[in-house]
Design a binder for this molecule. Structure first.
Ligand code: ADP
Ligand code: ZN
Length: 754
């Protein structure tokens, strides 16, 4: 091979390509200086041009020179990742059993996911056309006694010379001088004015919202201890993981900000991850207030353009602190000194599309690669995280058991739905709840009614005793199938005849649970006529602005009712909310998913936290058929520790996480029998290829059997050797990915098994 040549290993971004390895290309001399790890290049493949990602530059290639082609071009934005991020991507590729190119796509700038937009440098920026006066030329012309100009031209020149900068946006100028494009053109020809384009920064800032913390806060002893512990990790550059367990209002955010300050002062940068759902404007603006223009906000409710601009600023090193949702993890932030994950238990940290990564686990991996601390914060940590920090050497649990500022007590009350007389009383708006709503509204307070969307599936519950029929093998609730009159376990496929009679109390009281949010809304509307009523669920808030509009309306002074799903649990920091009602708490526990107890505990704690924020006393009413269930009792007592211990024992018994890892393999397609068939083939393949010890459940129809015309089956694997399992799975199922009629999804550490 000729000396002086260099070669690049390139992963080619073609979806249909089943190979998951790099190809060698020759780097043309002209590109020698610009191509490196993370460069996004254009390469010839057969007779087409494709996008590729450079993972390595080297002096030798094993392929004979004649067989190698040259890189055809470099895209506008590179490099999109560095060596460390590549290491992270490779880990993700292995652990989540995904081709590397699929993972690398996560590192691309927003809105830049296809070939054409990637190739155009500068496209994606927003420009404005500006007109600028040439004051010198204008002065000379004006001095010339023979100077001829039209009235319109005079108006344009006057307008411009009056403006301080001598510059105006073209469209505005035309309007202000009521003149035409022709006049502008003439003036340009005479060189009296210039036209040029200016890049516009699409800012995304929250501005000064109320509720921000001051800079003159003196940390309490717990906060100080947390800060000291993290600081010593920062100084010794170790990848320690911290869990700050502290109720809402215990001052966690102040801790984060304090640590970020230290990191930035030392010349490094900070990454703060927050949950997806709607944004906590208050949180963002607190950071903006403290860090000013150092902060880049980065989340999914921003437009591609807004995110693109932030991405470029991050790439260019203009930003000291990124605060955003899970995709912020893949922005090109350099010299990260700390990663913080707020509300670490939140399910939105799990990505649900192609690469089903969990932000928390990826961030933990990144902190190891970079040797920096990771802070996770939560009032109700996920059972797995809590277990990990208690049992691993490189982890530290820090508890903040008090609120930073005293606040009023929140009274919690249970309504036993078994005692409701359904002939006279409503089981959604029970008399107790109705009375409480009325009382609060009379005092001009606000009320939140919480409904759990996820609860509306086909499970049955006994009205007599609260029993939910469960599969004896999986301890997960049965799904009711009306057509066959059966109760079916959607994990292992076990089934029972549905008789309507409860096995526990022997009465014919089994019924199909669930009620839509609209129905609850109607009921509320007829009962409370003159009160402003708002509804917040994902149907309503798909539009960018409406979420904030709804919150704005609800937080206006005076009484109001908000009805909503999970979406209302976060960020809503409104003082006058004094009552939170949880309508159908049981729905949550009854879904066939092993961590429903955990979800319910976290969710209800979070919803309850919306009541009694400042000076007013709050109350929470929880309606349930199972008031004596452990999780409800611990919720009432606000006793996370008891809840955690009990839940951990349940998990240990059945060997669910954290005592194992799960892998959910979902097989889906338009043709029901082909899907069932495909699931069985996958099962055979796994039986044949997987050598390590696993527990296998299924194949069975997925709990959500049909979504959007797709039939879904799944196979659930349980293992104590997750790294070996993912490696073996990757090999085993390679060929299966190519099947056209059937989609195969491998979900490692699934957040929902639905
Ligand atoms: P969390 O993030 O745990 O919900 P925050 O950091 O938001 O808690 O703190 C809750 C409130 O208490 C905020 O208004 C914050 O400014 C205030 N606060 C936090 N720490 C202190 C402190 N040491 N002294 C006084 N006020 C504090
Ligand atoms: Zn079962």
């Amino acid at each position: 091979m000729e000396p002086g040549y260099k070669y690049a290993e390139v992963y080619i971004d073609i979806r249909s390509l089943s190979v998951d390895h790099p190809f060698d290309y020759i780097i043309p001399h002209a590109m020698l200086d610009s191509i490196r790890t993370g460069s996004v290049v254009i390469v010839p493949v057969s007779n087409r041009k494709e996008i590729g990602y450079v993972v390595r530059v080297k002096d030798k290639s094993r392929v004979s020179a004649g067989a190698l082609k040259e890189i055809a071009g470099l895209t506008g934005i590179s490099p999109v990742f560095d060596e460390q991020m590549l290491e992270l991507a490779m880990w993700m590729s292995r652990y989540y059993v995904q081709p590397l190119t699929g993972v690398l796509r996560l590192f691309l700038p927003p809105g830049r996911k296809n070939k054409r937009t990637l190739q155009k440098k500068g496209k994606g920026y927003k420009y404005r056309t500006m007109i600028e006066i040439d004051r010198n030329a204008y002065g000379r012309a004006a001095d010339d006694p023979g100077w001829k100009r039209s009235k319109a031209q005079k108006r344009i020149l006057d307008r411009l010379s009056q403006s301080g900068s001598g510059m105006m946006e073209r469209a505005m100028l035309l309007k202000a001088s009521s003149s035409s494009a022709g006049s502008i053109k003439k003036l340009i020809e005479k060189r009296l004015i210039r036209q040029n384009k200016r890049r516009v920064r699409r800012d995304f800032r929250y501005g000064g919202l109320p509720g921000s913390g001051g800079t003159d806060i003196t940390m309490n002893q717990y906060q100080r201890k947390c800060i000291d512990l993290v600081r010593s990790s920062l100084e010794s550059r170790e990848s320690r993981k911290f869990l700050i367990q502290g109720v809402t209002g215990s001052g966690k955010t102040e801790i984060y900000m304090n640590i970020c300050k230290k990191v930035i002062a030392s010349g490094r940068r900070a990454l703060i991850l927050v949950p997806e759902i709607s944004l906590t404007p208050q949180l963002f603006s607190r950071f903006e207030k403290m860090f000013g223009r150092e902060v880049a906000v980065y989340h999914s409710h921003m437009s591609d353009g807004e995110r693109f601009d932030r991405w470029m600023e991050i790439l260019e090193g203009e930003v000291g602190l990124v605060i955003g949702t899970r995709s912020a993890l893949f922005t090109p932030l350099k010299d990260i000194g700390i990663i913080i994950i707020d509300e670490e238990h939140d399910p939105s940290y799990k990505e649900g599309s192609m690469v089903r990564y969990n932000t928390r686990d990826v961030a933990a991996r990144l902190s190891e690669i970079k040797n920096i601390p990771l802070i996770m914060g939560s009032a109700t940590p996920s059972v797995s995280t809590r277990y990990m920090v208690e049992n691993k050497k490189d982890c530290t649990l820090m508890r903040v058991p008090v609120r930073a500022r005293s606040s009023k007590k929140v009274e919690r009350q249970v309504v036993d739905l078994r005692s409701i007389d359904r002939k006279k009383e409503d089981e959604f708006i029970t008399p107790v709840l109705h009375k409480a709503i009325r009382e609060e509204l009379e005092k001009d307070n606000k009320v939140i009614i919480f409904i759990n969307r996820r609860g509306f599936s086909n499970f049955v519950v006994c009205r007599g005793c609260g029993n939910v029929p469960r599969c004896p093998a999986c301890e997960l609730s049965y799904n009711y199938h009306r057509d066959s009159g059966k109760l079916i376990c959607h994990h292992c496929g076990r089934e029972e005849k549905y008789t309507g009679v409860c096995k526990q109390c022997q009465t014919a009281n089994l019924f199909l649970a669930g009620s839509g949010i609209q129905r609850v809304e109607e009921k509320i509307r007829t009962r409370f006529r003159d009160v402003p009523i708002y509804r917040m669920d994902s149907d309503i808030t798909k539009k960018k602005k409406s979420h904030q509009e709804i919150i704005g309306g609800f937080s206006a002074p005076g009484r109001a009712i908000m009805i909503g799903t999970q979406m209302i649990t976060k960020g809503l920091d409104i003082e006058d909310v004094t009552l939170v009602g949880v309508i159908n708490c049981d729905g949550m526990f009854s879904l066939p998913d092993y961590h429903m107890n955990e979800r319910a505990y976290q969710l209800i704690t979070q919803v309850a936290g919306r009541a009694g924020r400042k000076d007013k006393e709050g109350r929470v009413i929880i309606q349930t058929y199972r008031p004596d269930a452990g999780v409800i009792i611990h919720l009432m007592d606000e006793d996370y520790e008891k809840f955690y211990m009990e839940e951990l024992e349940n998990r240990r018994e059945l060997s669910y996480p954290p005592f194992s890892n799960l892998v959910n393999i979902i097989i889906s397609g338009h043709n029901a029998s082909a899907v069932e068939d495909g699931a069985k083939k996958v099962l055979d393949k796994i039986n044949k290829d997987i050598k390590i010890n696993i527990d296998m459940l299924g194949p069975a129809p997925a709990p959500f059997y049909k979504i959007n015309k797709f039939y879904r089956w799944h196979i659930l694997l349980k293992t104590k050797e997750i790294d070996s399992l993912t490696a073996e799975l990757g090999e085993s199922l390679k060929s299966h990915r190519k099947n056209k009629d059937i989609r195969l999804i491998i979900d490692v550490d699934p957040e929902w098994i639905l």
